[in-house]
Write a protein that binds this ligand. Structure first.
Ligand code: FES
Ligand SMILES: [Fe+2]
Length: 417
């Protein structure tokens, strides 16, 4: 039987080694064991707002570690090609759309159509012998809810609806009206797992967040302080939902340390909410990187990997579409004066993000996960393996423990997708 105590520490043990010893005996599933640093690839991801892509100038977007150029095709559809010109590697996104449905490279003027095929070498000759031999990689796109979605997988794309948050298919909801897109300097996994790991009672202990999250409870009440862990309450093929196990409120005595919180918030009610009532806030994560937290309206966040340490975070505040213009005006006012500054900026961007920003978090030391991390463990250990990358390719590019199976990759490649 393996034990953790049998191995004596030597005075020369590095801090790295100590971290390794420290992690023994706990759930040691690492961040990137089954999750790729650059994201699961066999999914649709939001790229840019559709209105950003015009007919005259191409637009650049970086996702999953690759640079992409976007422009309008002849029928107004959005085209996505690799940004790197196959002639001598210049950026197509610095070029222009000289002819309808094409982009011209800014360097030597080779012209690429919406399939990525080079169709002319403007300054070489009218019958350029090189043009037919140049081809830029093309990525499937789809436009929906005002967003251009891009498929960067190596296998055939699924219908976009399969990957959209299910709320996007419900016309009775405002989905993208109240949305915010920001670049967070962190790995995509952290804003994803952060949506299911229940750090709120500590990280957000000083914010007005509790007014938001607990609108059904009496205004004056002790603050929730202990979760007693997380439990998974629902799971499907591409998602898992969890909730705090057994919330306690007020103040606790910690042996040898004293009371925490030092002071209770406002005052303690004579009768605290029942211990077993649950906190009522279900957190859901959906593959590849969609998180839902229903606080008042639904807070939905879709983290798009840009690079290992860069994530484009799309935050949607989703609620029932008001029936009247006045109702809509009121909801807009509520979003811009309360929801946006309080939840999205004060909480998500000023409290959540800084603790896992690049330089603030070390994702390469062994980690020791416990009851607060039940859903994170589940994601890393099980949901990752349900990803389309694993289902189609047998693994995910860039993860530590299970890269794609060459036989499965060859099958998909042979199928011509
Ligand atoms: S590098 Fe693009 S045309 Fe030469
Ligand atoms: Fe948070």
């Amino acid at each position: 039987m393996a034990t953790t105590s049998a191995r004596p520490e030597s005075s020369t043990t590095s801090s790295w080694r100590q971290s390794g010893e420290e992690a023994r005996g706990a759930s040691q599933i690492g961040p990137f064991d089954y999750c790729p640093r650059l994201g699961f690839r066999e999914y649709w991801y939001p790229g840019v707002w559709a209105k950003q892509v015009g007919r005259k100038r191409p637009v650049k977007v970086r996702m999953l570690g690759e640079d992409i150029v976007l422009f309008r095709g002849a029928k107004g559809n959005v085209v996505a090609l690799t940004d790197w010109c196959p002639h001598r590697g210049a950026r197509l996104s610095l070029g222009e759309c000289d002819f309808e449905g094409t982009v011209t490279c800014p360097y030597h003027g080779y012209v690429f159509d919406e399939t990525g095929q080079c169709v002319a070498g403007l300054i070489e000759s009218v019958n350029s012998p090189l043009a037919p031999k140049l081809r830029a990689k093309n990525y499937p796109t789809a436009e929906r809810n005002g967003i251009v979605f891009i498929w960067m997988g190596m296998t055939a794309p699924v219908p976009l609806e399969d990957d959209l948050p299910w709320e996007f298919l419900d016309d009775s909801l405002n989905t993208t009206r109240h949305a915010r897109v920001r670049s967070w300097e962190t790995n995509w996994t952290e804003p994803t797992w952060q949506g299911i790991d229940y750090h709120e009672f500590y990280l957000h202990r000083r914010t007005r967040f509790w007014h938001l999250i607990d609108h059904k409870l009496p205004f004056l009440r002790p603050k929730p302080i202990v979760t007693n862990g997380i439990k998974i309450i629902d799971e499907g093929e591409n998602y898992v939902a969890c909730i705090q196990r057994d919330v306690e409120y007020g103040q606790n005595e910690y042996p040898g340390l004293g009371k925490w919180p030092r002071r209770t918030w406002w005052r303690r009610l004579p009768r605290a909410p029942r211990k077993d009532m649950g906190f009522g806030v279900e957190h859901t994560v959906q593959l590849p990187s969609i998180v839902r937290v229903p606080v008042g309206a639904l807070h939905l966040r879709w983290s798009v990997p840009v690079d290992e340490w860069d994530t484009r975070v799309w935050s949607f505040t989703i609620s029932k579409r008001p029936r009247t213009p006045l109702g809509q005006a009121f909801e807009d006012l509520w979003y811009y004066t309360y929801r946006l500054p309080n939840q999205l900026i004060a909480v998500n961007e000023k409290e959540d993000f800084p603790v896992f920003a690049k330089g603030a978090i070390n994702m390469d030391i062994p980690q020791k996960l416990g009851t607060l991390d039940v859903a994170v463990i589940h994601f890393r250990r099980h949901l990752a393996k349900k990803s389309r990358d694993f289902q189609r390719l047998g693994g995910a590019y860039g993860c530590v423990k299970q890269p794609p199976d060459p036989v499965r990759v060859a099958e998909w490649t042979a199928a011509g997708v």
